[in-house]
Design a protein around this ligand. Structure first.
Ligand code: SAM
Length: 198
């Protein structure tokens, strides 16, 4: 696997540096949070954890902002509209600063030609995992079993994480995200995996 060079990721013209002084340990990062249902709920349930939630798509991010506005200010939630690869490349700089990383229903990029766009296959993942604390966890959920199997192999064999939990989610469960709700309502099988850094 090639290595990831954060300096090779161009900075967008309006890309501002993140103010880490506003956060406090522990810090949790969610990539591709959609309308923000999970990070909002997680931040409320864990008021002493700083939750950085990144979404790149404008309409999803607007829905996230509306959700935040409706619930009132949540000081430990940092909603960021950006490409997470860009954001991480330019803002993650102190090693082992993340307690948990959430990748909940990432775009599956199902075509064979898109395999290199799946997060677990990207050199970026090696860079990102440098910032996960030893003992820190990465949570992955998907409704696509081939994606789950490929991700499991990559996270364990290539990225040297330990699989701690593999759970089937069923419709009795309160959904954490908009996509989880949609898939469970359709009767699809969703899986949640928790990996741990050694
Ligand atoms: C299938 S949706 C899931 C959204 C949400 N996690 C949920 O479960 O409802 C995947 C989301 O990831 C976002 N996304 C994909 N690649 C991204 C990236 N590089 N940076 C930020 N967001 C990204 C997409 O815009 C999309 O909203």
């Amino acid at each position: 696997m090639r290595s990831f060079d954060p300096k090779s990721v161009p900075k967008p013209p309006n890309g501002q540096a993140f103010d880490w002084s506003a956060t406090q340990d522990p810090v949790v990062l969610e990539i591709g949070c959609g309308n923000g249902m999970h990070p909002l709920q997680f931040a409320k349930a864990n008021p002493t954890t700083s939750v950085i939630a990144i979404e790149q798509t404008q309409n999803k991010f607007e829905a996230f902002e509306k959700r935040i506005a409706a619930s009132g200010p949540i000081e430990n939630l940092f909603a960021i509209r950006a490409d997470a690869i860009w954001w991480c490349a330019h803002n993650l700089n102190s090693p082992a600063c993340l307690e948990q990383i959430f990748l909940l229903y990432p775009n599956p990029n199902p075509k064979e030609s898109q395999a290199n766009k799946r997060f677990h296959n990207m050199p970026f993942m090696g860079f990102l995992l440098q910032f996960l604390k030893p003992g820190g966890q990465l949570h992955l959920a998907s409704n696509i079993s081939a994606y789950v199997e490929e991700a499991k192999t990559q996270f364990v064999s290539t990225w040297d994480l330990t699989l701690r939990e593999e759970k089937l989610l069923n419709s009795n469960r309160e959904p954490r995200t908009a996509f989880e709700k949609k898939y469970l309502e359709r009767g699809e099988t969703c899986k949640n995996l928790i990996f741990e850094k050694k």
